[in-house]
Write a new protein. Structure first.
Ligand SMILES: [Zn+2]
Length: 450
């Protein structure tokens, strides 16, 4: 891997990456799920300035796509010399979730750099990585010789709301706009014991709306009416009692062995019968362990009734259901019918938008390069894990393109701390984590396409 080009900027590569991160935070591409929120075009302009020299000298090809006004995504491509080599995509989203400034100790969009930490919404999820990806692509673009394979920065809008105005839209509307054969994205670098965790799989989402029907009536004469609201309460009670079975996939054992030192506790966690009784001993990681060992069902939205004096004939219960690999829509519907029991006849199950769980193989040259890069940078072994939530990486996996999380956070970034910081007040990242991630990213890129 050639040296980064110091003439691009007066700053060294790490400082330049940190400055880029700060500018991306200040771009404040807040995505609240509305079509015209986000306005990622602001972050795209920041990146276009960052790449100005590479663009002017023709070292990169760039394309901007706009799914809706202001919902821009930028693709930067460094062309490789060998068409048979891998085409590596570095996928970073530009949008961030909203922040309530009153609950922050600093301006969430001020990008203050204090005591070696950059403060701001999106610093951890995932602007630090987007900045690192951009920095590495620029270094490769400005190097004296071209890389072997193509290197692409995919800086996309709307990840936080499912990619309808970002990667999902791009893959649907412009399937020929870019070609990648493998990809890296967010969710990685957290410490699990002595290991560094990298996501190679994600749970799926099978949202459901339960439509509960009753018999309406005037509220002043309730006799003979059957309130859908009361029925919905009964449905919720039954939901609270349902316990989807424990399914320990192939990533469970590596997770337990990486994170748990006590052999007796390990053994209990590896036994589906004793697992739940051991969860309280896991502290801050219990929620994650619970989530990745089963399908979960969380009632989130409840609606019934329109007027104070009318007994409602309909209630809606929205369920956020997260699935494991191999779980089908039929499985979920059967589980719900079983749970409803004798109420099933009066309840319609509607499907909300969702996606299947996805996994990339642990036995893959890109993943091997990620493991080697992290170990070479930091000395830590890598443990592959499954994410309980979803990210844009699934969209590549669904196309058969292997996609992995990435990152190398500094000491002290336990998985728990990572979970606590993202989407939370006072989100911030230390410069050391940016530095480690930059170094590991260079190594991966050199190994795959350098
Ligand atoms: Zn994210």
């Amino acid at each position: 891997m050639p040296d980064p080009s110091p003439h691009v900027t007066d700053l060294g590569p790490l400082d330049a990456t940190v400055e880029l991160l700060r500018e991306l935070v200040r771009a404040a591409c807040v995505n609240d799920g509305q079509e015209l929120s986000g306005q990622e075009v602001r972050a795209v302009r920041v990146l276009q300035r960052f790449f100005a020299e590479a663009i002017e000298s023709g070292r990169v090809e760039t394309q901007v796509f706009e799914a809706a006004p202001g919902r821009a995504s930028l693709i930067v491509r460094v062309r490789g010399s060998d068409p048979a080599a891998p085409a590596l995509g570095l996928l970073g989203h530009l949008d961030v979730v909203p922040a309530n400034p009153e609950r922050w100790n600093r301006d969430p969009f001020g990008a203050d750099l204090i005591d070696g930490e950059v403060w701001g919404r999106g610093t951890v999820d995932m602007l630090y990585l987007t900045a690192v990806f951009a920095a590495v692509v620029r270094e490769v673009a400005l190097a004296p010789a071209p890389p072997r394979g193509d290197l692409l920065l995919l800086a996309v809008a709307d990840e936080e709301a499912g990619g309808e105005y970002g990667l999902k839209w791009l893959l649907r509307e412009h399937p020929g706009a870019f070609r990648v054969t493998e990809a890296l994205s967010e969710s990685g670098g957290m410490r699990l014991g002595a290991h560094v965790a990298i996501d190679i799989a994600e749970k799926g989402s099978a949202g459901r709306r339960l439509v509960v029907r009753g018999t309406p009536g005037h509220a002043s004469i309730p006799y003979g009416a059957k309130s859908a609201a009361v029925l919905a309460a009964e449905v919720l009670q039954r939901l609270a009692r349902v316990e989807p079975s424990i399914e320990l996939g192939e990533l469970w054992r590596p997770f337990v062995e990486a994170r748990i030192e006590d052999p007796a506790l390990r053994e209990r966690l590896l036994d589906p019968v004793r697992l739940d009784a051991a969860l309280p001993e896991l502290g801050g990681i219990a929620g994650y362990a619970h989530a990745v060992s089963r399908v979960t069902i969380s009632p989130t939205v409840l609606r019934s009734g329109k007027a104070h004096n009318v007994i409602p004939d309909e209630a809606h219960i929205d369920l956020d259901i997260r699935t494991l690999p191999g779980v089908t829509d039929e499985h979920i519907d059967l589980l719900l019918i079983e749970m409803l029991g004798d109420l099933a006849g009066g309840v319609e199950i509607q499907h909300l938008k969702g996606w299947f769980a996805t996994a990339s193989p642990a036995d893959n040259p890109l993943f091997a390069a990620v493991c080697d890069a992290i170990t070479a940078t930091d000395g830590s072994p890598v443990v592959p894990i499954m994410a309980a939530g979803g990210s844009d990486a699934r969209l590549f996996r669904m196309l058969g393109i292997p996609a992995y999380g990435f990152g190398l956070l500094s000491e002290g970034w336990s998985y728990e701390r990572y979970r606590e910081r993202i989407h939370a007040h006072d989100e911030r990242i230390d410069v050391r984590s940016v530095e480690l991630t930059l170094e590991a990213a260079r190594r991966v890129v050199a190994a795959r396409i350098g």
